[in-house]
Design a protein around this ligand. Structure first.
Ligand code: GLN
Length: 534
């Protein structure tokens, strides 16, 4: 395609409508027609990135291969499109202002008064177009975080308004709204949608396509009414009814020809690019055929929040489906687990995942869970802090190093089995130290983890400060915990395992950031396979 096309996705009425899923689903449909697609998210908050946000605030922090701590919607984009995203795919108000202020300090504005319009909006527009510049993508979809009407998103919407003029035929706006059902009246209400579109129009943006989120199917007549009142073509209003899995959303939108409508608006011929969703449909067929359950416990401290472990949940679900099982994920709050109730809490679990995390809260529960699964031969996957807990539990209860701990939680511990490796510090924009993003890892031939991956050279993403303390490596190996994976450049221990156990593997990296619908992560596949009891 000669010129990159830009699609903006905005949201109205309420938040949490699933703009990210709609953006990813539209991207999927265009990709399935042979186009190259990328998606970016603009977040209106002032944090430079979500790295410092507590999961209670904004759900999971996703990590890209190039080491960016990103909004969890980037995880959806990667899982749907099977593409890698990068730092350029997630921009916040904070980053925009930081760039502008940096330029101001350098004197780039040459005595001008620096203002929201045009300087902030210009910087937003520059970032919107960044991904399209190299002509790598036919479509760049930009999701604007927040809800129309928020003060925070105004500069982004003003930028979209300007871009509609600048990009002309190469630009399209999709607006997602909500149609509530009023039970007492037995009616679906379109007024909030009309108001939300009016608000957009007041900002100078006429949406080209409306996607109506609804819990109950909408009659055609309601869609026609919305089209009429919102100044949108009748074929350009589609509904997005609740479905049993987010992975059905692309199909639901395709059934209403959303992809064809988009192509038509760009004067592209859909017939020249027939759709191929074979792999996608295969996954969905496997999903509906999976009736037997596999019970997996996720032990973490943010379990009450639905999105806190999003990528782990999705990776486990994908792995279960590819193993012809339905995932029964049981979240267990690590703060609740004690030596007295651990057997009861883990009863009936086929496998246990020990979640990543920061800080000391709930860590003792993780040790109790690990001791139990290690001693009772229950398949266990430890991720990041989960692996560090595996190491500490083993040091305490097998090596007899009673005071073993991590300096993160207990700086004065006599046995720092998880220690801070000063020389490994990478300085993030905030000046904190964190090993972030994709790193190579070599797996020992014949190890359980090499068997799981089916290869000896892998690359996975990291997000942590602390490392296995290599001083103890020999002692661990002599006692039966094998450090099978290491970073080829630094020799840092990346994975541990118990070869005699049914499946007991800890990884310092986060395999969950690398698992997509059509390309599930081998470690999760192997873990779930081991957990299944015939
Ligand atoms: N808190 C641990 C560290 O910084 C683990 C981090 C994590 O689980 N992502 O090393």
């Amino acid at each position: 395609m000669s010129e990159t096309k830009y699609i903006f996705v905005t949201g109205g009425v309420v938040s949490s409508l699933g703009k990210g899923i709609v953006a990813a689903s539209l991207g999927k449909l265009l990709q399935a027609r042979g186009y190259s697609v990328t998606i970016q998210k603009f977040d209106p908050y002032i944090n430079i990135d979500p790295g410092t946000l507590n999961p209670y605030e904004h759900g999971e922090c996703y990590v890209t291969d190039d080491g960016h701590e990103a909004d969890l919607d980037l995880g959806h984009y990667e899982r749907f499109l099977n593409i890698a995203t990068s730092r350029a795919n997630n921009i916040t108000t904070g980053r925009i202002y930081q760039n502008v202020i940096r330029k101001e300090r350098k004197g780039d504005y040459l005595g001008k008064t620096v203002q929201v319009v045009p300087h902030i909006t210009d910087e937003i527009k520059r970032n919107v177009k960044l991904l399209g510049q190299k002509k790598q993508f036919d479509f760049v979809i930009t999701e604007i975080g927040g809800t129309v009407g928020d003060i925070e998103s105004l500069p982004f919407l003003e930028s979209v308004r300007q871009l509609k003029w600048e990009l002309g035929q190469n630009c399209l706006c999709v607006h997602l709204t909500y149609v509530p059902y009023i039970a007492a009246a037995g009616e679906m209400k379109t007024k909030p949608t009309q108001h939300s579109v009016k608000q957009l129009q007041e900002l100078g943006i006429q949406p080209d396509i409306l996607v109506l989120r609804t819990e109950h199917p909408l009659q055609q007549e309601i869609l026609r009414k919305v089209a009429l009142f919102c100044n949108v073509a009748p074929d350009s209003v589609v509904q997005c009814v609740d479905v049993s899995t987010i992975y059905e959303v692309p199909l639901a939108l395709q059934a209403q020809q959303l992809d064809e409508t988009v192509l038509k608006k760009f004067t592209l011929d859909a017939a020249e690019h027939p759709i191929n969703l074979e792999q996608w449909n295969k996954f969905l067929a496997l999903r509906s055929g999976a009736t037997k359950a596999v019970n997996i416990a996720l032990v973490g401290k943010y379990v009450e929040l639905q999105d806190a472990y999003k990528s782990i949940d999705e990776s486990l679900m994908q792995a279960a489906i590819y193993n012809q099982r339905r995932l029964n994920l049981v979240s267990i709050h690590s703060e609740r687990i004690t030596s007295d109730n651990v057997a009861e809490l883990l009863e009936g679990m086929d496998g246990v995942v020990i979640a990543p995390g920061f800080g000391s809260r709930g860590i003792d529960g993780k040790f109790e869970a690990l001791r139990y699964t290690r001693e009772h031969n229950i398949p266990t996957l430890g991720i990041c802090l989960g692996m560090q807990c595996m190491v500490i539990e083993f040091a305490r209860n097998v090596l007899g190093l009673e005071g073993a701990h991590t300096t993160e939680i207990m700086p004065e511990t006599p046995y720092k089995v998880v220690d801070l490796m000063e020389e490994q510090k990478t300085i993030s924009e905030l000046g904190g130290s964190m090993r972030l993003g994709g790193y190579d890892c070599v797996l020992r031939k014949g190890s359980r983890i090499a068997e799981a991956y089916g290869r000896e050279f892998i690359r996975e993403r990291h997000r942590h400060r602390f490392e296995f303390n290599s001083q103890y490596r020999e002692a661990f190996e002599a006692a039966g915990m094998i450090c099978a994976g290491e970073n080829p450049d630094t020799g840092l221990v990346e994975t541990v395992e118990l070869p005699e156990h049914r499946w007991y593997i800890g990884v310092q990296f986060h395999p969950e950031y690398n698992s997509t619908v059509v390309n599930p992560n081998p470690l999760f596949l192997s873990f779930v396979r081991a957990a299944i009891r015939e």
